[in-house]
Design a binder for this molecule. Structure first.
Ligand code: NAD
Length: 273
């Protein structure tokens, strides 16, 4: 397919555009992930806390692609941080997914007050050395958390998955990532839907003859972000992948960049426990 790849700092490769399953119930997620695979997505993003690893894994296994042709990400939940508890939580996730390995395992939130993300990442390193995780990364880390993690473990996470969309463009973190070969992965890439009626977005969409969702996804791709939009509607699932036959101009990118106003839709990493 036409989905570009991003080469991670450990040499592994992730599709730049993937599919997220936040808030899709386990008993509804199997046909949704199947629709995404049918549309051509080859990267699926779930998490233990989403409660849908079983239905997600079932869709991936029953679709029947060779295992190395689909990229699977899951995440360790906050309450499971710590060395031994991470090993146990990873086993639980793998049983639910029904897979031998995951491509990417993420620390879901830093939870810095608990002060366990260093031990957690050491457990990730151990699981990686056993071949059960191909790449290890983090989510919702700030520059301060990243600096400490790299300093204390000597290993740089391959990605930091952060809330990122036109109203929260995360320039400081993206600059830090660029300086440390950390790939930026955008969650809530459409502002969880809140950006789709923004007049700047809708006017650019009209100008290029595309939908607002396609324009925003294109902005992410042209910025170099890994992006994982979510929809449960098959037509929108396909629409969000149909973004490789047009480009935004420099002026259109700049107009979208001007929407950045610290407009966070999710929790702040320093307050999430
Ligand atoms: P999103 O920005 O992808 O928005 C999803 C919503 O936008 C949908 O529920 C739907 O209402 C709407 N939408 C999607 N496509 C559309 C289209 N073509 N036309 C009209 N409306 C459309 O929000 P998200 O699901 O929160 O983020 C994407 C993924 O990121 C999640 O599914 C999850 O995998 C991941 N995520 C990670 C974290 C984290 O802490 N690491 C947090 C939230 C989400």
């Amino acid at each position: 397919s036409a989905i570009p790849s991003i080469i991670l700092n450990d040499g592994n490769v992730i599709p730049q555009l993937g599919f997220g399953v936040f808030q899709v119930p386990d008993d509804e997620v199997t046909p949704v992930v199947t629709a995404a695979l049918e549309a051509g997505y080859r990267s699926i993003d779930t998490a233990a806390i989403y409660g849908n690893e079983e239905g997600t894994g079932r869709a991936i296994r029953e679709f029947g692609l060779p295992r190395d042709e689909v990229y699977v990400t899951t995440k360790l939940w906050n309450a499971d941080q710590g060395f031994d508890s991470t090993l146990r939580a990873f086993d639980t996730s793998m049983k639910k997914l029904g897979l031998d390995y995951v491509d990417l395992y993420l620390i879901h939130w830093p939870v810095a007050q608990a002060d366990r993300y260093i031990d957690t990442f050491r457990a990730f390193q151990a699981l990686k050395s056993q071949g059960r995780i191909k790449s290890i990364g983090v989510s919702n880390f700030t520059v301060a958390h990243l600096e400490r993690l790299i300093g204390e473990t000597g290993e740089t996470p391959v990605v930091n998955q952060i809330e990122l969309h036109p109203r929260l463009a995360q320039r400081e973190l993206r600059d830090f990532h660029a300086g440390h070969a950390i790939a930026t992965e955008a969650w809530g890439p459409l502002g969880q839907g809140t950006l789709l009626d923004d007049p700047t977005i809708t006017s650019i969409a009209a100008a290029v003859g595309r939908t607002p969702a396609q324009v925003i996804i294109r902005w992410h791709l042209q910025l170099g972000n890994i992006v994982i939009p979510k929809s449960v509607t098959p037509s929108r699932i396909a629409e969000n992948l149909d973004v490789f036959a047009f480009e935004l101009s420099r002026d259109q990118l700049d107009a979208i960049n001007a929407l950045d106003n610290n407009g966070r839709v999710g929790a702040h990493p320093d307050t999430m426990t």
